[in-house]
Write a protein that binds this ligand. Structure first.
Ligand code: FAD
Length: 339
């Protein structure tokens, strides 16, 4: 097996942290898996890496980084205007979404321009503009790297929740997702109930019917205006999850800060905007070492000036402390911190 040694990970994590992997293997074909699973047992730890867009390496990785680079998309038309599309884990998520839109397969267009791979999409149940990937996942194909067994998990077995699934739980860290099957529509139904996407799509349609490609373009344009491009400014997208608090606490905060957005979560709890909390705490643009809070979108932490992993951790903890002290709200990081 072509296991590489001491590989720089700077170009394998969108935060652009200059760390190294002691061992590194690029998986391009699932036929390599049986040999690889025997090999994995020799290493103290293994980290499955897709696009590194939700990963913060805390230091050099003293084990094997297994980089998913498998490609391939298959589909099967079904009754009821639907199509089942299976994509290999290493497919680039954004390219995959654009491909589905071009094929006339609908349902993922609101998730355009999310970074990373297809294989990572179920892990934290990626979501944007009113759509979560769980709405379209039918089955997840995985390999248990401890037993070598292949598994097929149906949607309901994945325990999908807001930025969460069984795959994020520590006891399932040995499950390698090899492919994901999506259930998409061949008749287009726009989902425009979120944010300013409807207005942008209507402007782009210019009086003509809104197509899925227009929705995708509206999402892309909106994201490009708000979020830094990791190729230009290292970042991992939203750095904090939106906190869930009791309805009573949400109401109290709303009375104190009239522009505090509050979203109903369930009967007893509400979701707050982590971005707004950070903004109201006066931390927009705040920098610590080489890391900073992005001035256009305070939910994003950026690698402004050769940030070290410690700079990112220090900034993260400082923000958590200030938000806790000011609002009595705990905000938790979204990316995976890798020891
Ligand atoms: C600019 C920007 C914008 C973003 N916007 C959004 C957004 O709107 N919504 C959203 O939800 N996320 C967003 N993200 C976060 C990120 O894009 C997603 O979490 C994405 O799914 C991560 O994919 P990845 O391949 O880069 O994962 P990685 O960072 O490589 O890995 C993330 C986690 O998944 C695990 N993993 C990866 N592949 C596999 C596999 N095949 N099998 C098992 N485990 C695996 C890793 O071990 C790790 O625990 C954004 C990120 C950036 C940089």
């Amino acid at each position: 097996m072509n296991i590489q040694h001491n590989i720089a990970l700077k170009n394998y994590n969108t935060m652009g942290l200059a760390v190294f992997a002691k061992y590194f293997y690029k998986l391009t074909d699932n036929a390599q898996l049986p040999d690889l699973l025997k090999e994995i047992k020799k290493y103290p730890q293994t980290y499955f890496l897709g696009g590194g867009s939700n990963t913060v390496f805390l230091h050099d990785f003293d084990g094997l980084v297994l980089h998913l680079a498998t490609r391939g998309i298959e589909y099967q038309k079904t009754e009821n205007n639907q199509v089942l599309v299976t994509a290999q884990a290493g497919e680039n998520w954004h390219n995959f979404v654009q491909y589905t839109v071009q094929q006339g397969w609908f349902g993922l267009e609101n998730l355009s321009l999310i970074y990373g791979t297809v294989g990572a999409s179920p892990i934290q149940n990626i979501g944007a503009y009113g759509v979560e990937v769980k709405d379209r996942i039918r089955r997840v194909f995985a390999t248990d790297t401890q037993t070598g067994k292949s598994l097929i998990l149906h949607n309901h077995e994945c325990n999908f929740a807001y930025r969460n699934s069984i795959f994020r739980q520590p006891e399932n860290k040995h499950l390698l997702i090899t492919a994901v099957e999506f259930q998409l529509d061949t008749a287009f139904q726009p989902q425009l109930g979120y944010g300013d996407i409807a207005a942008t799509a209507e402007r782009m349609a210019n009086g003509k019917p809104i197509t899925a490609q227009i929705v995708a373009n509206a999402v892309i344009a909106t994201r490009q205006a708000k979020l830094p491009n990791p190729d230009e400014l290292g970042n991992a997208g939203s750095f904090f999850r939106n906190p869930i608090v009791s309805n009573a606490q949400a109401l109290e905060l709303k009375q104190q800060y009239s522009d505090m957005p509050i979203f109903a979560f369930d009967d007893k709890t509400s979701k707050l905007s982590a971005a707004k909390l950070i903004d109201l705490a006066g931390l927009k643009g705040f920098a610590l070492g080489g890391a900073a809070v992005y001035d256009k979108q305070p939910l994003v932490l950026v690698n402004q000036n050769n940030a070290t992993p410690q700079d990112i951790v220090d900034l993260c903890q400082y923000i958590q402390k200030v938000v806790q002290e000011k609002f009595a709200v705990s905000i938790q990081p979204e990316p995976v911190f890798v020891e």
